[in-house]
Ligand binder design. Structure first.
Ligand code: SF4
Length: 94
């Protein structure tokens, strides 16, 4: 996700711009179906992103707790951390 941290790869992020709002939950309560639709939209953007591997590696490395990063949501990244695996296979399986 662009605009977070100082990583060089973020300059090439497909999520830069106004549509970046779908990468994080809104400040109000979000129903499950709304969350699923929002995450689907974010993941579609991630699938076009040239820096998906760097993004996912970064999010896993810093244990980012919120949002869609590298095509994965929080729970999906947590599974990677628990398995001790990160990289292109993890992103491709999302
Ligand atoms: S992989 Fe997704 S969250 Fe990460 S920089 Fe690309 S579009 Fe943004």
């Amino acid at each position: 996700m662009a605009n977070r941290g100082e990583e060089v790869w973020q300059a090439k992020a497909a999520c830069r711009g106004p549509h970046s709002v779908v990468f994080f939950p809104p400040s109000r309560a979000e129903r499950k179906d709304e969350r699923m639709a929002r995450e689907r939209s974010a993941k579609e953007i991630c699938r076009t992103c040239p820096v998906v591997k760097s993004c996912l590696d970064y999010a896993v490395r810093i244990r980012e707790a919120n949002g869609i990063w590298g095509g994965l949501n929080e729970a999906e990244r947590k599974q990677i951390v628990e398995r001790g695996v990160a990289g292109p296979r993890a992103a491709a399986s999302a």
